[in-house]
Design a protein around this ligand. Structure first.
Ligand SMILES: NC(=O)c1ccc[n+]([C@@H]2O[C@H](COP(=O)([O-])OP(=O)(O)OC[C@H]3O[C@@H](n4cnc5c(N)ncnc54)[C@H](OP(=O)(O)O)[C@@H]3O)[C@@H](O)[C@H]2O)c1
Length: 335
């Protein structure tokens, strides 16, 4: 596989640190590595593949003269808005973790197990990584969609504080000691907040609408009726989701198990009599999306309930991005 010159924007953040771990674990083929941050962390040393690198402050001319092949962005929407096109202009295939480019019609939104071929449609040199809570849902929903069709999806999420970055984790850790930092609008310790990202005029949060819109875009089907309630819970890492589905077709629950057992990237953990079902603590540090509590919803004709759990920083962010990068290399999409 071709070795790439790689920029990592947001290298000192929660997701950026996970990127570094996963790029090492997956032995990503790298020739030259360029970590970037804001001026706050510039000059900091990062150990990557046994070598020390100094973090550079991100500036408008940062990508020039580096012969970049790929740039991974994880520093928030505003940074991606300004700098992702500059990296693409400098020749890099950008894989962006922020929400800024996700719904742009020229930017594919990719989960490698679900829609890898969309990688070829990166018309402006940018590929978007979906929202963490959407990614784990898509890995499970796509094989069911292919087999049974989807009429309606109801998402209810239980999302970890690591999804808010370093400051979210601090607020929980300090909060349980009685000193909340006030990062969230209410205490997050011993509490649940039905509030992730900002509120929109329609009464939903941005996070909820991301799940709705991204489901349509990734599955390429606007007809599926989707709704979501997203909740921040006092869990350090790992998002859990209750997903209620209504299929187009009649089904046998045994076939749902069979489809999910064969699905790429999915692990079925379902033996409630033995207390076997996925939890956030179990999923922490693992690559797979775990699904359990698989059971018929008796209140509608073709309904199913699922409990879906994944490490939001790994599969929900850094791992999915690195997998997109590896796929792009395999497909020869990187110049
Ligand atoms: N956490 C998740 O579960 C998750 C999942 C999916 C996507 N994301 C997305 O990933 C991004 C980062 O999230 P995070 O959780 O890693 O946040 P974080 O821990 O707060 O880290 C933010 C990173 O961005 C850098 N940064 C901030 N302002 C910058 C600037 N002006 N120029 C260059 N770099 C700048 C920071 O550098 P300094 O060290 O210098 O401040 C740091 O490296 C966000 O877009 C988030 O929406 C997060």
């Amino acid at each position: 596989m071709k070795k790439v010159n790689l920029a990592l924007v947001g290298a000192t953040g929660m997701v950026g640190s996970e990127f570094i771990k996963i790029l090492e674990e997956k032995d990503f083929p790298i020739e030259n590595f360029y970590p970037f941050s804001s001026e706050r962390s510039a000059g900091k040393k990062i150990l990557f593949k046994g070598k020390e690198y100094e973090v550079e402050e991100l500036k408008e001319d940062s990508f020039e003269g580096k012969d970049l092949d790929m740039a991974l962005f994880s520093a928030g929407g505003e940074i991606s808005r300004i700098y992702a096109p500059l990296a693409a202009k400098a020749g890099a295939l950008v894989i962006d973790n922020s929400s800024y480019w996700r719904m742009d019609k020229d930017v594919p939104l990719v989960v490698p197990e679900v829609n890898p071929d969309d990688i070829r449609d990166a018309k402006v040199g940018i590929i978007a990584n979906p929202n963490c809570s959407t990614i784990q849902a898509m890995v499970v929903l796509k094989p069911l969609y292919d087999k049974f069709g989807l009429k309606r999806v109801i998402y209810s999420t239980y999302q970890a504080v690591s999804g808010s970055g370093v400051k979210g984790v601090e607020d929980l850790e300090e909060g349980v000691k009685g000193n909340p930092t006030g990062f969230y609008p209410h205490p997050i310790s011993y509490n649940c907040l039905p509030h992730i990202d900002s509120f929109l005029e329609n009464g939903y949060t941005k996070e909820e609408m991301k799940m709705v819109n991204e489901t349509h875009k990734i599955l390429g089907d606007e007809k599926i009726r989707v709704t979501a309630t997203t909740v921040r819970v006092p869990v350090k890492n790992g998002h859990s989701e209750s997903i209620n589905l209504e299929f187009d077709k009649e089904f046998d629950i045994k076939d749902v198990f069979e489809v999910l057992k064969k699905a790429d990237g999915v692990e079925v953990m379902d033996n409630p009599q033995e207390n076997i079902y996925p939890t956030a603590i179990y999923a922490d540090g693992k690559d797979e999306v775990f699904v359990g509590r698989i059971r018929r919803d008796f209140s509608v004709d073709n309904g199913v309930n699922l409990w879906v759990v994944a490490d939001n920083i790994r599969k929900g962010a850094a791992l999915n991005t690195v997998q997109i990068g590896l796929k792009a290399l395999e497909m020869g999409v990187v110049k």
